[in-house]
Design a protein around this ligand. Structure first.
Ligand SMILES: [Zn+2]
Ligand SMILES: [Zn+2]
Length: 267
């Protein structure tokens, strides 16, 4: 008998590559393809799934850590690919020739019905052409992916509030970034309203959106240069516990990695 779960594995997350796998009884979906096709196929194997069974690929924005193998995967595995018009235009010339019948428009701030999976898009402030992230709804469960965002607006908070699970950005430690080797303009870009959320920003966003339904939060899009897995985890856990939210009691925090998939969990 088939169960009716919404399952997630964060296959890869970090400033060097991003891919998330979403599964329902009817669908096997990838969100972003920011690594080589070979690496993504291997990560799928590591969670006992076959990339040949994936039906759809959604793209958040055209930065290479999200779209590297979009064209390769679409051609090789016959995937239906979804992105908004601005992202398609910005990917043009970077992903090879896309089969026209595989290119689908997914406008911002809309819900698309995929049978047993509803997917909701929302626009974000980030320095790409038309960046958007997504909420996955199945069987009264919801999972939100939100990384690559300069700040979390009231509108976004309203859309993503009290989901069952999240992948939320904890990109950098502000002190490590400020004392690190990045150029001043790049530091300003990351810290700005169209850049990335720091560990503290990510924790504050969690305080605003998690609710009584929320049981699983993945910390994502960690910078290789300006953050550490343990630092991101400790920073977030201590801010949440300062607000009487018990990590390990009320809900669980999961680390993510650019090179290793998280285990496939039920949301
Ligand atoms: Zn990114
Ligand atoms: Zn980006």
């Amino acid at each position: 008998m088939q169960n009716d779960d919404l399952k997630i594995s964060v296959l890869s997350s970090g400033s060097a590559g991003n891919v998330t796998y979403i599964e329902t009884p009817q669908h096997k979906v990838l969100l972003d393809a920011g690594l080589s096709g070979k690496k993504i196929a291997d990560l799928m194997k590591s969670i006992n799934r076959d990339i040949n069974d994936v039906d759809s690929l959604l793209v958040t924005h055209e930065h290479s850590d999200h779209r590297q193998s979009v064209g390769v995967l679409a051609r090789k595995y016959d995937l239906n690919v979804y992105a908004n018009e601005g992202t398609w235009a910005a990917m043009d010339g970077k992903i090879g020739k896309m089969p026209a019948d595989k290119m689908n428009i997914f406008p911002a701030d809309t819900v698309m019905d995929f049978g047993d999976l509803d997917i909701e898009s929302f626009a974000v402030s980030h320095d790409a052409a038309e960046p958007q992230f997504y909420v996955f709804h199945h069987n009264n469960r919801s999972f939100v992916v939100l990384t690559d965002v300069g700040y979390v607006s009231d509108h976004i908070e309203g859309v993503i509030k009290n989901a069952d699970g999240y992948l939320l950005e904890c990109n950098h430690d502000v002190e490590m970034l400020q004392n690190g080797e990045y150029s001043w303009p790049l530091k300003q870009r990351i810290l700005g309203d169209r850049g990335h959320l720091s560990n503290v920003d990510g924790a504050n966003a969690m305080l605003d959106v998690i609710g009584d339904r929320t049981k699983k939060v993945f910390l994502g899009h960690r910078s290789q240069h300006n953050n550490l897995k343990s630092l991101a985890h400790l920073t977030v856990a201590s801010i949440l516990s300062d607000h009487d939210l018990g990590v390990g009691h009320d809900f669980n925090l999961f680390d993510t990695d650019v090179a290793n998939a998280s285990s496939l969990i039920v949301v």
